[in-house]
Design a protein around this ligand. Structure first.
Ligand code: HEC
Length: 183
């Protein structure tokens, strides 16, 4: 390309840059807004929580307990909810480990203990001396990644309390001897 053409292109590019720059300066001065003095939300810090922030003043779990709902839960509806898990979990006795471990008789089973499955360090660490009680399952299924930070379970969770109660009631039945219902 000859130098004349080059100059023309260079001028065109420079010109565009100037125009864009000018527009952004003008719009900045026209639409510039100050940050509000008080932000529209406040972050509550639970007392004695070591400075962690939560979005509610209540430091308790953000999910409802299901223990009291189990006796009247809908086991059939729970089986339907379990379809969401089936791509990663089998539920039969002696069933294969898939992306996640087989979940036969998971209620009251020690956490991260199914043989032949390689659990994340996070769940192994979390589960030391713990079993899958009804409320442990409830918290985990509400939001796996919040309940066990770093878990490998790539599932968003079951926000509806009834869904969790129903599936946990159904999980309980997938066992030789269903775990006793809480009193
Ligand atoms: C995308 C795949 C995936 C889906 C969907 C999924 N899980 Fe998991 N699940 C996993 C993986 C992977 C693990 C192992 C987690 C770890 O090691 O941190 C796991 C672990 C678990 C455990 C702990 C088991 C043990 O032996 O300690 C339970 C309980 C569980 N899942 C229940 C469920 C239920 C119930 C659903 C459906 C509502 C579900 N999961 C959906 C992948 C999945």
């Amino acid at each position: 390309m000859d130098s004349f053409k080059f100059n023309q292109i260079a001028m065109a590019v420079l010109g565009t840059v100037f125009v864009l720059f000018g527009v952004s300066l003008i719009s900045e001065s026209l639409f510039h807004s100050e940050a509000p003095e008080t932000p529209g939300y406040t972050i509550a810090v639970a007392e004695g929580s070591g400075g962690e922030t939560t979005d509610t003043a209540d430091a308790g779990p953000a999910y409802e307990p299901i223990t009291a709902l189990l006796a009247s839960a809908d086991v059939g509806a729970g089986e339907t909810v379990a379809k969401k898990c089936a791509s990663c979990h089998s539920f039969e006795k002696g069933g294969p480990n898939k992306v996640g471990p087989d979940l036969y008789a998971v209620v009251d089973r020690p956490i991260a203990s199914h043989e032949g499955f390689s659990y994340s360090a996070a769940l192994t660490e979390y589960g030391k001396d713990k079993t899958w009680t009804y409320e442990e399952l409830n918290g985990f299924l509400f939001k796996p990644k919040a309940h066990v930070k770093g878990t490998a379970m790539g599932f968003a969770g079951l926000p509806k309390t009834a869904d969790r109660a129903n599936i946990i009631a159904w999980l309980r039945m997938q066992a030789d001897t269903p775990a006793p219902l809480p009193q």
